[in-house]
Design a protein around this ligand. Structure first.
Ligand code: OGA
Ligand code: MN
Length: 307
């Protein structure tokens, strides 16, 4: 049986079966997945018992792996995995695979911002392209990951609203999303990574030509706008873009791999009993090559923030 993609929700979520992603892929299989994610924006691959190495190898089919900022900022003893490309999305204590974190653990405080709607690494000059999350241990209840379709959200704007957002440029920084939940406990020496970077609010997919809203909780301003006006505007737009008609909630089963395109999708984690139940997901992500969301050089400050 060949690879099949089933439309799970509104041409937004595709479920991929008839493929073993633990093994090396053929170029035809890679092409089917790339087309699938362009068409759908989120792909789920149920029942794939990937090892860490297999997840990294599968991810490499689609581009250059990214090292997350939290991975970069962590000290070696704080890491559970030595491979920096592998993100630790778990409630284990830092660097420990036997003990869960405590209530006030800094790792927990930092990760709680995942509960805000975001696009991965939008605080970088080039944000993440695809993110891949693989479920190793899931809790009995809660902890769905939700996805919102930023293409459908754009399409649903009025003509006047589309015209208003068309040329806006937003400023993104990890500081803004963490500020929103009251976190400011950064390791020293990473100031350069905390500076805002500019991205266009409306981006066009190079292959499908579809426009989407590049929204994220990392946004703290709009170039040329007073900050309070910008934040109120972005809040309204985010509310519009995350209405239930644009949202899918993924209920994790062990062995699920979910892959999404951060340039067309926002996502967020949801609550679970994280001090009592273990949840262990592994994340890989790719540099966002292929969809230019960077601000053109002419806008002041663009050079200074290229990281
Ligand atoms: C992430 C993320 C959501 C979740 O890993 O980037 O946002 O449900 N995770 O863990
Ligand atoms: Mn995320």
């Amino acid at each position: 049986m060949g690879t099949n993609i089933r439309n799970v929700q509104d041409g937004f979520i595709g479920e991929v079966t008839g493929i073993n992603i633990c093994a090396p892929l053929t170029s035809e299989q890679v092409a089917v997945i790339e087309k699938g994610i362009d068409d759908y924006a989120v792909l789920t691959f149920p029942g794939q018992p990937l090892t860490d190495e297999q997840q990294v190898a599968f991810t490499r089919n689609f581009g250059q792996l990214e090292i997350t900022l939290s991975g970069q900022m962590a000290k070696p003893e704080e890491r559970r995995f030595q491979q920096l490309e592998l993100g630790d999305i778990s409630n284990y204590a830092k660097g420990d695979s036997a003990r869960m974190y405590d209530r006030a653990d800094r790792k927990r405080m930092y990760a709680l911002a995942n509960r805000l709607w975001h696009s991965d690494a939008s605080f970088r000059a080039v944000g993440a392209g695809y993110t891949l999350l693989h479920a190793r241990i899931v809790p009995g209840k809660g902890a769905d990951t939700q996805f919102a379709d930023m293409r459908a959200a754009y399409d649903a704007l009025s003509a006047a609203d589309k015209a208003e957002v068309e040329n806006l440029v937003c400023e993104h920084s990890i500081v803004f999303s963490r500020q929103a939940i009251g976190f400011d406990d950064y390791n020293p020496g990473f100031d350069e990574h905390l500076k805002p970077v500019p991205h266009k609010l409306v981006i066009t997919h190079p292959k499908t030509g579809r426009k989407s809203l590049y929204l994220s909780s990392h946004i703290g301003g709009i170039v040329g706008w007073p900050v309070p006006e910008a934040r109120a505007f972005v809040r309204d737009l985010t509310e519009h873009a995350t209405q239930s008609r644009f949202v899918y909630s993924h209920k994790w089963l062990v062995g699920d791999l979910v892959m999404w395109d951060n340039r067309t999708v926002m996502h967020r984690a949801t609550r679970f009993d994280d001090l009592k139940e273990v949840r262990d997901l592994r994340r890989t992500s790719l540099k966002g090559i292929g969809l230019e969301v960077k601000l053109p050089q002419q806008v002041a400050g663009a050079d200074a923030v290229a990281a």
